[in-house]
Design a binder for this molecule. Structure first.
Ligand SMILES: [Zn+2]
Length: 84
């Protein structure tokens, strides 16, 4: 039992690291590229908003924060002229 808990904890730790990496990739690339990654992630059913980043979306439900972020990112990309 103890061991299982430790394993779960290690996994969680690893997930956090992966999430942090992905987050950086999505948010610290040029606007056009980051947006594409965010759209893809959201399209695959994962949150892209900071509080729930890379956690699965509730089935059949969107996330208003995610959508607002996507809109914002799209606007920024357009302004930057990086949209394909
Ligand atoms: Zn979200």
């Amino acid at each position: 039992m103890q061991e299982l808990r430790q394993q779960a904890w290690a996994l969680q730790e690893e997930n956090e690291e992966l999430r942090a990496q992905l987050y950086q990739e999505c948010y610290q690339t040029p606007p056009g590229r980051g947006l594409a990654s965010l759209r893809m992630l959201y399209g695959e059913g994962y949150h892209i908003c900071p509080p729930y980043f890379a956690r699965p979306l509730a089935r059949g439900m969107g996330c208003l924060i995610c959508l607002a972020l996507l809109n914002q990112a799209a606007e920024e990309a357009q302004r930057g002229g990086n949209l394909r």
